[in-house]
Design a protein around this ligand. Structure first.
Ligand code: SF4
Length: 540
């Protein structure tokens, strides 16, 4: 029985209970949302058990999970959202290797919900390419993605040993793993040679491995292809382009569409969730919201109903390049046409002229999408359009998308989501630097940037200096509440900084090559002495 079938029968599964605990809502609310189809829990039974591609040995009810009372440091129960944990909290959870140990694999899945009535999630894409392929490097990228806030991850490998790499990623992941099975179908084969048997065999193989959600481009139909003819960037989805070529070569309908019921039967057996691919998504602003995109969306609406009828959970993928003013309309249209199936959007990028910075151009669109009800945001890294992301790009993409998702949660009025911001603001107003960095999502980076200029935590920072520090002045005005919350006061008005950690020091080292300004990083003894003397004078 899938999560969807259980919910329809009124059953609250252990996975629904876990999602409810992580979201701070009642289990029957999660069950009702799953039954309605507005929330999905991508959780392959084999990944839930961590059985490394084997049938699970123990019943699901006997698997313990870490305490759910998480959230930002000091979060009260009503604001304790799992998604609001900081990088250092995540690193500590990842280092804890026993609670989420799998039956055979090092790790197993911690169930996570995707739906617009709960917190916004982010997905990270990784994967080896024919140019660069290394399973160990991909597992390392998974670790970075989990550490920097990914709630789900897609293995988009198109090169190297695909099966081995996929299994390694699943076996090390506590977050749901998605794939695009057509990639595995055409390795070593021309797309024209793809057969129905190959399609079903690959779907079954990946479901057996424990993949939690599949991107299936079943919505691209033969009759949609003429609508692409005048586009500036044609078909930018790899799956969409491959299937278009197959349809034109064979003069037949999309095989994923034709086989949809057979694919659904396999996915139901393992409880794999559909992520209905947007094979005709726009690849530039000029193609956004065009006839091809909307024609495919209507087919996706039909497929949502067919997937649900087969007892399979389903979400829908959304457009990749959309002008800011069209994003809200696109979100509402999907909700209407696809009966409110969770919308999983790829960005979208709101401008096309910033390659090298597309984690930023897309995070702006992602925040707007989240505000209008997108349930999961697929990250974009600085390497988008120009190369294969490395671990550092995974980090940059995750952070940009955590910002977008959290901004969306605040704008949508998720109860308690803003408590994190308010706590950090109180620490900031009190000029309590240690507390501010403890509450910051990536406090390591924030601490390093602060200490780059000033090795002392005191009543100002290097931005304005003592006399111009408006935070300090506001704190001194008795009539203002600013900076006076007793729970957020620093231990002392001025104290030596504990200094950045390893990652922070490395960051400063890179920056210091340009302009040394931190005594520990200053190779010249005389200059280091001057910096130290400056700090001592400030502490006096
Ligand atoms: S010196 Fe300026 S930037 Fe720094 S804490 Fe004071 S007001 Fe803020």
């Amino acid at each position: 029985m899938t999560q969807l079938e259980a919910a329809r029968q009124g059953i609250i599964t252990p996975e629904m209970r876990r999602v409810a605990a992580r979201e701070g809502v009642a289990p029957d609310f999660i069950r009702d949302e799953v039954a309605r189809g507005r929330l999905v829990i991508p959780a392959n039974r084999r990944h839930l058990a961590g059985s490394s591609g084997q049938p699970p040995a123990e019943p699901a009810a006997e698997r313990p999970y870490p305490p759910a009372g998480a959230g930002h440091p000091g979060a009260p129960p009503e604001a304790a959202y799992w998604v609001n944990q900081t990088v250092s909290q995540r690193a500590a959870a990842l280092a804890e290797g026993t609670v989420l140990r799998g039956e055979r694999a090092p790790r197993r899945l911690d169930p996570m919900g995707i739906g617009r009535m709960i917190t916004t999630k982010i997905n990270a894409n990784i994967g080896a390419s024919p140019v660069t392929s290394d399973t160990a490097a991909e597992v390392e990228k998974l670790r970075w993605a989990q550490r920097y806030g990914a709630d789900a991850l897609m293995d988009l490998s198109t090169g190297g040993r695909l099966d081995e790499c996929r299994q390694a990623i699943i076996d090390h992941a506590t977050i749901p793993i998605g794939t695009v099975p057509i990639y595995g179908m055409i390795v070593g084969r021309r797309i024209e040679d793809l057969t129905y048997d190959v399609i079903l065999a690959e779907i079954e193989r990946q479901a057996r491995q424990g993949v939690d959600f599949f991107t299936i481009h079943a919505g691209v139909l033969r009759e949609h292809l003429p609508l692409v003819a005048s586009r500036v960037t044609g078909i930018v989805s790899r799956g969409g382009a491959l299937l278009a070529k197959w349809m034109i070569h064979h003069g037949r309908q999309n095989p994923m569409y034709e086989l949809f019921d057979e694919i659904s039967a396999i996915m139901r057996e393992y409880d794999v969730t559909y992520s209905l691919g947007d094979g005709l998504r726009p690849g530039c602003l000029a193609d956004a919201s065009d006839a091809a995109q909307l024609a495919e969306l209507r087919t996706l609406g039909e497929l949502v109903a067919r997937a649900r009828a087969a007892g399979v959970q389903v979400m829908v993928e959304g457009p990749g390049h959309v002008p800011l003013d069209q994003i809200g309309w696109n979100m509402r249209l999907e909700q209407e046409i696809c009966d409110d199936a969770p919308f999983y959007v790829l960005g979208p990028l709101v401008t096309d002229v910033f390659p090298g910075y597309d984690h930023i151009t897309s995070a702006i669109g992602a925040a707007e999408a989240a505000r209008h009800g997108a349930a999961m945001l697929c990250y974009v890294t600085p390497k988008e359009h120009v190369g294969l992301p490395r671990a550092e790009d995974v980090r940059a993409g995750c952070i940009a998308y955590k910002i977008a998702a959290h901004a969306g949660d605040i704008a949508r009025g998720i109860a308690g989501a803003r408590r994190w911001d308010d706590d950090l603001s109180r620490a900031r107003a009190a000029l309590n630097w240690p507390k501010q960095f403890e509450l910051a999502f990536d406090g390591e980076t924030a601490r390093a940037l602060h200490d780059e200029d000033l090795e002392v935590d005191t009543e100002f920072c290097a931005m304005c200096g003592h006399d111009w520090c408006s935070m300090r002045i506001s704190k001194e005005i008795a009539a203002f509440a600013s900076g006076k919350d007793p729970a957020f006061q620093p231990a002392r008005a001025a104290q030596r900084s504990p200094g950045p950690g390893d990652a922070g020091r490395e960051l400063l080292r890179r920056r210091a090559r340009m302009m040394p300004c931190h005594s520990e990083l200053e190779p010249d003894a005389e200059r280091a002495r001057i910096i130290k003397a400056r700090v001592a004078a400030k502490l006096a």
